[in-house]
Every structure is written in structure tokens, then in C-alpha cells.
Design a protein around this ligand. Structure first.
Ligand SMILES: Cc1ncc(COP(=O)(O)O)c(C=O)c1O
Length: 394
């Protein structure tokens, strides 16, 4: 069918590069560091099964009926409590339950963006966010950063020059780079957003997965009216429940998000909301998160040791304090896209970094996921990938 049959905003929407890569990695002999999946062994299947049975027995017809767009009130109350550890003070009214935090990125795009509006994104940035903003025909303005987040000078120049409507960022254990914004940079972004009359999406699906270092308060706390915080239970319970949330102090923004969500899915699954509410109200999450973090910390450390042992001199990587990813930079001139087919021949997969760069570049970068592989696979996979990379460097 001709592309012209479709809306203009979809003409250049290529399918998610990572999804294409994941297809190649489905062969069972391939050790995949490519996806961004939590370890299935971390899913509390038995607990969820029991909770679902109890909820349906007690309240089946209500749970199976339509619900409110804003979300199940007791869950909104419980989330308002939950976000206090991030420094966020919010009333239950200011919490909107979402079908995954990804829906929050989409609803912010829907609420704010006309064709040609500008959005500042990190370079590199979360791929799905790039795609969402593009689907609203926004112009992306990538801004470079370092291990503490956006470079303040570069951010201010971009704000002055492009007058964007939105700044998007992943504040803690970034996807793909693993970095965490320092307190100073969080303050600075909030300050610059106010100075240049811009709104901020703080996307934080990984913040609870910390293996070292101290928690940094949410960027949202430095300007609650201008920053919409997006959180998620995907990485700390299970992504298949599809429960995320927005903290939106600004009532006008909140209203637009609710209207957008009405059009998108009416409301988030009642059963999933009730399950997450049970986790929170029974106080089960802290211990569960501790056990996930123990497993992922050991995996992170094993992958870091594997890189140290097997990767060629000249390759560099970020040591993240949490999250699911390591970000590797190869010497200039080596393309991770070229390395990829050779790695697949050796039965190991990763994600080349280039698609995360909204305006091109990053050919010599790649992302490695450590949560979804077994300990043995981490060891073997790092050795295989190191061998392939050494070949390229030689
Ligand atoms: C940075 C980032 N934001 C949002 C999401 C989406 O998470 P959710 O499952 O809550 O929709 C992901 C998922 O991997 C992510 O990496």
C-alpha cells in the first residue's frame, strides 16, 4: 500500500530498531544482552495468582466493570505514599494511574505537541520516547550530557535557540546510558525550564533498582508545577501488569492527561490496579525490591568483570549504580552495527547505540542488558563479545 494512504505523521515511522534486532536474537542458542527485560524469575507469580483470586472472589463484578480514567482511588492514595521516598509530596488527586509509564510519555506528547513543536531529548535518548515525539510530528533537539545528565550550558543554548515546549529526560539509571542525574543538574534543569517557560517530563521507571550509592530526590521536587514525574511498577513487580503513574501537580496539565487517556484506553486494567494496590497496602514491595536488587547487583558486577576481562583496550563503559544497562563506547571509526552480524554468528547479541541518537551519530556505541541473562550466560556472552570486538579492533 502506498505510504500516502497513511497519516503524514506515520510516513517516516520505521519500526522500532530494537524490536527488529530482538527478532534475530530469538534463536535459543543466542545469548541476548539486547532486550531491556526484567528477569522472569523476579516475577512474583504465586503472590499475584493468590491476590487475583482473592480480589475476584471479594469484588469480581466491580473489578470487571469499567473504572475511572484517573485510576482506583486507594491505589492513588497508596502511590502518593510510595513516592514520598523519592522526596515527592503529592495528594492522591495529583496521581494518575497509567497503563505503563510509557503511556505518560505519549499523553504528554498528545497534550503539548503540534507538528513542528520542539522537544529537547537526551543524546542518546530512550528510543520509544523518540518515536512517540516523532509520531506527534515534533522536531527533536538532542542535547548532549555527561555522567551527571544534561550539559547545563548546552541545554541553555538549546532552550534559547529552539524555544521547545518540552524537555524529556530519564533522571535515574538512564536507558540506554545507565547514568543518574546529580542533585545539582536536577536543580539546574528545573531552574532552566522555569527561566525558558518550558515543561519537563521526568521519566523514572528504574529509580528503585539501586545497587550502590545513595538515592537522589526526584527532579520533580524542584518545580512540581512544571515537571511531570512518571513512575512504573514494570521493573519492580511485572511489566505485563501494565501499571505506571504520573505525578502531575499542575491541574491544567492533569486535566489534559485525563482527557488524552479517556481517548486512548478509557482506564487502566482494574485487576492490575488492584493487584498493585495489594502489594503496596500489604507492604510487600520493599522486601521484593531488595531481592531483585541483590540478583541484579550480582549480575551487573559479573558483567562489569566480564567486560574488564574480555573487552579490548580502547572500549569504555559507564559503571551504573542501578537499572538494567551498561553503555559501551568503542574507539571512533568502529561501527557497532557492523559488529552486530559477527556477534550473532558467535551467538551473542546486543543493541547498537546509533538508533538512540535522534539526529544520527553514536555508531561506535552499544547497549548491554544484564538483568535477563543467567550468571553462566553473562560469563560466556561477555567472552564471546570480547572476542568479536578484539577481531574488529585488530
Ligand atoms: C526509559 C523508559 N521509560 C519508559 C519505559 C516504559 O515502561 P512501562 O513498562 O512502565 O511502560 C521504559 C521501558 O523499558 C523505559 O526504559
Amino acid at each position: 500500500m502506498s505510504e500516502k494512504r497513511f497519516a503524514k505523521r506515520m510516513w517516516h515511522a520505521s519500526s522500532n530498531a530494537i524490536r527488529e534486532i530482538l527478532k534475530v536474537t530469538e534463536r535459543p542458542e543466542v545469548i541476548s544482552f539486547a532486550g531491556g527485560l526484567p528477569a522472569p524469575s523476579s516475577f512474583p507469580v504465586a503472590t499475584i495468582k493468590k491476590m487475583a483470586a482473592e480480589i475476584l472472589a471479594e469484588d469480581g463484578p466491580v473489578v470487571l466493570q469499567y473504572g475511572t480514567t484517573e485510576g482506583y482511588w486507594p491505589l492513588r492514595e497508596a502511590i502518593a505514599e510510595w513516592v514520598k521516598v523519592k522526596g515527592i509530596e503529592a495528594s492522591p488527586e495529583q496521581i494518575l494511574v497509567l497503563s505503563g509509564s510509557q503511556q505518560g510519555i505519549d499523553l504528554m506528547g498528545k497534550a503539548f505537541l503540534d507538528a513542528g513543536d520542539r522537544v529537547i531529548v537526551e543524546e542518546p535518548a530512550y528510543l520509544a520516547a523518540i518515536q512517540i515525539f516523532r509520531s506527534y510530528e515534533a522536531e527533536l533537539v538532542p542535547v548532549k550530557g555527561d555522567e551527571e545528565g544534561y550539559d547545563p550550558g548546552a541545554l541553555e543554548r538549546a532552550l534559547k535557540e529552539h524555544q521547545p515546549k518540552l524537555i524529556y529526560l530519564v533522571s535515574t539509571f538512564h536507558n540506554p546510558t545507565g547514568i543518574t542525574y546529580s542533585l545539582e543538574r536536577r536543580k539546574k534543569v528545573a531552574e532552566l525550564a522555569a527561566k525558558y517557560d518550558c515543561y519537563v517530563i521526568e521519566d523514572d521507571p528504574y529509580g528503585d533498582l539501586r545497587y550502590s550509592g545513595d538515592r537522589v530526590q526526584a527532579l520533580q521536587t524542584f518545580n512540581p508545577e512544571r515537571v511531570v514525574y512518571l513512575g512504573s511498577f514494570s521493573k519492580i513487580i511485572a511489566p505485563g501488569l501494565r501499571i505506571g503513574y504520573a505525578v502531575a501537580h499542575n491541574p491544567e496539565i492533569r486535566q489534559k492527561l485525563v482527557i488524552g487517556k479517556q481517548g486512548a484506553d478509557v482506564h487502566t486494567s482494574n485487576l492490575s490496579q488492584r493487584i498493585v494496590h495489594s502489594f503496596l497496602s500489604q507492604g510487600l514491595l520493599p522486601d521484593h525490591i531488595d531481592s531483585i536488587c541483590q540478583d541484579y547487583k550480582a549480575k551487573r558486577d559479573l558483567m562489569l568483570a566480564g567486560l574488564e576481562e574480555h573487552f579490548p583496550a580502547g572500549a569504555k563503559w559507564v559503571r551504573p549504580d542501578g537499572g538494567l544497562f551498561l553503555w559501551v563506547t568503542l574507539p571512533e571509526g568502529i561501527s557497532a552495527v557492523d559488529v552486530f552480524p559477527r556477534a550473532i554468528e558467535e551467538n551473542v547479541a546486543f543493541v547498537p547505540g546509533a538508533p538512540f541518537f535522534a539526529r544520527g551519530g553514536g555508531e561506535n556505541t552499544l547497549r548491554l542488558n544484564f538483568s535477563n541473562a543467567s550468571f553462566d550466560q553473562l560469563k560466556t556472552g561477555c567472552a564471546r563479545l570480547g572476542k568479536v570486538l578484539k577481531e574488529f579492533l585488530d
